[in-house]
Design a protein around this ligand. Structure first.
Ligand code: GLU
Length: 439
C-alpha cells in the first residue's frame, strides 16, 4: 500500500460538553499526528440541529485549547479541506450522494434515501482490535442504512465517511463504541471506490467500578477541570495513560516524551478505568515539580478570583515558592496565602481553640516576639534558631511555640514553613501578629 501523508482528525458532535473520553480520543489523534509530523484536523459533526448551538461548539473548542491540543486544520484555523463544520458541507454530501446513485447503490423509501447493502461479510482490520469479521448478509439483523432522512438531514455514517474521504484522513482513531459502525462505513468506501483509512478503535473509559462513564460522573466533564485546579500538562499525561502505556511502568511522562513513545499498537484492548484520585495525585506531582513562572501563571486566576492583590511580583513569587512544595491543589491556594497580602484574614476557630487557648500562650508569644525584635539578619535560619532558644528558655518544646505562632500570624494550623513565613512577612508584621495573637 502506498504510504499516505498522516492525517488524523477529531470529529466531535457538539453535545454541550467535552467528555473526558472525547478528550482522550482527541489526544490520541493529536499524539499520532505529532509523532509522525502529520496533520491533526478538527471537524465538528454538527448535523444534529437540535443540539447544534454556538455554545456547544465553543465548549469543544475551549476544551481542546485548554488541553493544549492545537489543531492544524479546522474551525478558527481554516485549511484546504474546509469547511470544517458539517452543517456547512451540504453541497459536498449532495455530490457524493449523486455518485452513489449513479452506481446504483441507492433507493428511496418513504422519503428517506437508503443505501443498498451488498450483503457481504466485511472484514475490519483494526490497528488495536485486530482482524474482525462482520457478517452483514442478513437484512433482518443488518437493515440497509439510511443516508438521508425525509426532512433532508444527513445520517452520521454517510457524512462521516464522506468527510474522511474528502479530508484525506489516513487514520481514524476513535472510541470502540464506533467499531460496530465500521463495517457499514467500509461498505460505503467500497461503493464510492475509495481506499478506506486505517482504523484504530480505542477501548472505552469506564468508572472505577466498571460502569460506563456518563456525563455526570466525577471527572467526566473536561469543562470543570480548570476551575478544579487541574493543569493541562498533567491532564494530558493522565489521559495518555488511559489505555496506552510506554511499557516500562513509568507514569510521569511529559508530552514531548509521550509523543516520542506513542504507538497505536501499544494501546491496550481492555477498557481503562478513570481514577479521579490518581488524576489528582498526578496533578499534584506536576504542581510540585513545575517551575515557578508556570506555577505563578496558573495560580493567578485563583488568586484574582479570591480578591487577593499583591504589591510586587517579587513578593508574590516568594510567597508562592514557599507554599508550592506543600499545597496539593490550586483552589486551596487563596486560603494558604491570604495572610501574606492582607491583615484581614480569617482565624480558623478550631486552630485558635487548639493552639491559642493555653493560659501561657500569650506569654510565650510575647517572649518570642521580644526575642525576634532585634534579630539580624531577618532570615529563616536565624529565626528558627531564635525560636528554639526561646522555647528552651521557657522550658517548652519547640512545637509549643511553633503551632501557636503559626496560628497567630496566619490564622491557620497548616501552611508553609513557619520560618520562611516570618521571613517573607517581615519583622514588623510578624511581631505585631504575635503580640495580637491571643485575641
Ligand atoms: N461524531 C462522532 C462522535 O462524536 C465521530 C465518530 C468518529 O470519530 O468517527 O462520536
Amino acid at each position: 500500500m502506498p504510504t499516505r501523508p498522516i492525517r488524523t482528525r477529531f470529529a466531535p458532535s457538539p453535545t454541550g460538553l467535552l467528555h473526558v473520553g472525547g478528550a482522550r480520543t482527541a489526544l490520541f489523534n493529536w499524539l499520532y499526528a505529532r509523532k509522525h509530523a502529520g496533520t491533526f484536523v478538527l471537524r465538528v459533526e454538527d448535523t444534529d440541529h437540535s443540539r447544534n448551538t454556538e455554545e456547544a461548539k465553543q465548549i469543544i473548542i475551549d476544551g481542546l485549547h485548554w488541553l493544549g491540543l492545537e489543531w492544524d486544520e479546522g474551525p478558527q484555523k481554516g485549511g484546504s479541506y474546509g469547511p470544517y463544520y458539517q452543517s456547512e458541507r451540504h453541497s459536498i454530501y449532495e455530490e457524493y450522494l449523486k455518485r452513489l446513485e449513479k452506481g446504483g447503490h441507492l433507493y428511496e423509501e418513504k422519503g428517506a434515501i437508503r443505501f443498498r447493502s451488498p450483503r457481504e461479510k466485511v472484514i475490519v482490520e483494526d490497528l488495536i482490535c485486530g482482524k474482525i469479521e462482520f457478517d452483514l448478509t442478513n437484512p433482518g439483523t443488518h437493515p440497509d442504512m439510511t443516508l438521508r432522512r425525509p426532512d433532508g438531514s444527513w445520517i452520521f455514517h454517510f457524512v462521516n465517511v464522506v468527510d474522511d474521504i474528502e479530508m484525506q484522513i489516513s487514520h481514524v482513531i476513535r472510541g470502540e463504541d464506533h467499531l460496530s459502525n465500521t463495517p457499514k462505513h467500509l461498505e460505503l468506501y467500497k461503493a464510492l471506490g475509495t481506499e478506506p483509512p486505517l482504523f484504530a478503535h480505542t477501548p472505552l473509559i469506564l468508572n472505577r467500578d466498571g460502569s460506563k462513564m456518563s456525563k455526570r460522573d466525577l471527572g467526566a466533564n473536561l469543562g470543570t477541570y480548570p476551575q478544579e485546579g487541574y493543569v493541562p500538562e498533567a491532564v494530558r499525561n493522565y489521559l495518555s495513560l488511559l489505555g496506552w502505556s510506554p511499557k516500562d511502568n513509568r507514569e510521569i511522562l511529559d508530552t514531548a516524551e509521550v509523543i516520542q513513545l506513542f504507538e497505536l499498537h501499544n494501546i491496550n484492548r481492555r477498557s481503562a478505568a478513570f481514577d479521579v484520585d490518581k488524576c489528582f495525585w498526578m496533578n499534584g506531582q506536576y504542581l510540585l515539580h513545575m517551575d515557578l513562572a508556570r506555577y505563578t501563571e496558573l495560580a493567578l486566576p485563583f488568586l484574582e478570583k479570591a480578591g487577593i492583590t499583591w504589591e510586587s511580583w517579587e513578593m508574590l513569587e516568594r510567597v508562592l515558592s514557599i507554599v508550592k512544595p506543600k499545597i496539593k491543589s490550586l483552589p486551596d491556594l487563596p486560603d494558604w496565602v491570604r495572610c501574606f497580602f492582607s491583615d484581614d484574614f480569617p482565624y480558623d476557630e478550631a486552630a485558635v481553640a487548639k493552639n491559642l487557648s493555653h493560659p501561657d500562650a500569650k506569654n510565650r508569644l510575647e517572649a518570642l516576639a521580644e526575642a525576634l525584635l532585634l534579630l539580624n539578619p531577618w532570615e529563616a535560619t536565624p529565626i528558627e534558631a531564635r525560636l528554639k532558644e526561646t522555647a528552651s528558655r521557657l522550658g517548652v518544646k519547640a512545637g509549643e511555640l511553633v503551632h501557636p505562632a503559626r496560628v497567630a500570624v496566619s490564622g491557620r494550623s497548616v501552611g508553609a514553613g513557619l520560618y520562611e513565613m516570618f521571613e517573607i512577612l517581615g519583622r514588623e508584621k510578624t511581631i505585631k501578629r504575635l503580640l495580637a495573637g491571643t485575641h
